[in-house]
Design a protein around this ligand. Structure first.
Ligand code: ADE
Length: 336
C-alpha cells in the first residue's frame, strides 16, 4: 500500500529538528521502544472500539528520541490530524484558547516542551482536558464575566524532557505517561540501516556499528552522523560508507567512539580539574562552564549518567571511575 504523507494542519510549525524524509510514518517503521508501542496500541485500539477520543497522553524523555514522531503515528493510527504548539509559544491564555477552539473533532493537540507552559495557561488547560470546557474571562473589573465554550473531543499529547518540572495537577490529568529511554546500539543500527536505505547510500556493517556507538542512543543524532558520513564518503569518491569513512567523520565532528562531544568532555574535565571530580553543585558547575543549568541537566547529564560516567548525588555531581578510564586520566580510578 502506498504510504500517504502524514496529515498536518500546520506543516510550517513542525519541529525543524525532525527530519521529515527519515521520519517513520507507520508503526512497523518505528524501531525500538517496544513497550511504549504496545501500550499505545492498546490505548488507541480501545479508544477506536469505543469510538471515543483517546485519553490524553504524556511523552517524556530526552530530546531526539522520537516523541514528536510518536505523536504523529498516534494521529495517523486514529485517522486524525495534529495541531502543534509548544509551552513557550503559548504566551497568553488567548493563545491556548485560539488553538483549542480551532480543533476539529478527534484531532490531536500536540504541546511540546510542556514543562514550559505558564501556570495561568495551565489553569485553562485543566477543564479543557477534563471536561472539554473552555472557561474564558471576558471584560475587566466588576463587569468581568466568565464565558464557557464546549470543545470537540480531542486528545492532548504533551511532550517533555523534564517530567519532574511538570506540576502535579497537570501530570495527574494524563491517562498515561510514556517514558522513552535511550535506544540500544542494535536499535540504533537498525535505524541507521533504514535511513541509509531511504537516503540511497551504501554502508557496511562495521561502519554502522561505529556510528551507532557514537549516536548517544538517540535517533536524531544517529541520522545526523549518517548524513555527515555520507558527505564524507561523497567528497572522497567512496561509494560505500566504510569503517574509515565512519571514523573520519567522527574525528571531523570531534565526537569520540562513545559519542562524547567536546562539550561533554569539557564538562567532565572541568569537574575533574577544578572540583577534584566532585561532588560539585549544579549551579557552581553551570557557572564554571558558562552554561545554563537546564542545558547541563537536559542535554549533557542524562547521557553521561547512562554511560555510568556521572552521578547525581544529594551533595552534588560526581565523576565516576568509568569516565576516568574513558578519558584515560588517572584519578579516582586509582582510589576505587
Ligand atoms: N526516527 C526517530 N525515531 C525513530 C525510530 N524509533 N525508528 C526509526 N526511525 C526513527
Amino acid at each position: 500500500m502506498p504510504k500517504e504523507p502524514l496529515k498536518t494542519d500546520n506543516p510550517g510549525k513542525e519541529d525543524p529538528n525532525i527530519d521529515l524524509t527519515l521520519r517513520p510514518v507507520v508503526w512497523d517503521e518505528y524501531i525500538g521502544q517496544e513497550k511504549i508501542k504496545d501500550h499505545l496500541k492498546v490505548i488507541l485500539g480501545a479508544a477506536k472500539k469505543r469510538n471515543e477520543a483517546a485519553d490524553h497522553l504524556l511523552f517524556s524523555g530526552p530530546a531526539g528520541l522520537g516523541k514528536t514522531t510518536l505523536a504523529y503515528l498516534v494521529a495517523r493510527d486514529l485517522g486524525g490530524t495534529v495541531k502543534t504548539t509548544s509551552g513557550p509559544a503559548l504566551e497568553k491564555v488567548g493563545d491556548l484558547a485560539a488553538v483549542l477552539t480551532n480543533l476539529n473533532p478527534g484531532e490531536i493537540l500536540f504541546i511540546d516542551e510542556a514543562h514550559r507552559i505558564n501556570p495561568m495557561i495551565e489553569e485553562v488547560l485543566y477543564p479543557a482536558m477534563e471536561a472539554r470546557k473552555l472557561h474564558l474571562v471576558v471584560g475587566k473589573g466588576p463587569s468581568a464575566r466568565t464565558l464557557t465554550l464546549d470543545l470537540p473531543p480531542f486528545t492532548l499529547i504533551a511532550a517533555t524532557t523534564r517530567e519532574n518540572l511538570l506540576s502535579q495537577p497537570l501530570r495527574s490529568r494524563f491517562g498515561a505517561t510514556l517514558r522513552l529511554g535511550y535506544y540500544t546500539i542494535d536499535d540504533i543500527k537498525r535505524i541507521l540501516e533504514r535511513s541509509a536505505g531511504i537516503l540511497g547510500v551504501k554502508t557496511n556493517e562495521a561502519a554502522m556499528d561505529i556510528l551507532a556507538r557514537a549516536s548517544r542512543g538517540t535517533p536524531r543524532v544517529a541520522n545526523r552522523l549518517l548524513r555527515r558520513a555520507r558527505d564524507f564518503a561523497e567528497m572522497h569518491d567512496k561509494e560505500v560508507i566504510d569503517e574509515a569513512a565512519a571514523q573520519n567523520t567522527l574525528a571531523m565532528l570531534e565526537v569520540d567512539e562513545a559519542g562524547l562531544e567536546p562539550q561533554d568532555r569539557r564538562l567532565l574535565m572541568t569537574m575533574i580539574e577544578k572540583f577534584k571530580g566532585g561532588p560539585v553543585g549544579i549551579n557552581t558547575l553551570a557557572a564554571a562552564l558558562s552554561e545554563e543549568r537546564g542545558v547541563i541537566e537536559d542535554i549533557y547529564e542524562p547521557y553521561l549518567m547512562t554511560l555510568g560516567f556521572l552521578q547525581r548525588s544529594p551533595s552534588g555531581r560526581i565523576v565516576l571511575p568509568a569516565a576516568y578510564r574513558h578519558l584515560k586520566i588517572k584519578g579516582r580510578d586509582d582510589l576505587l
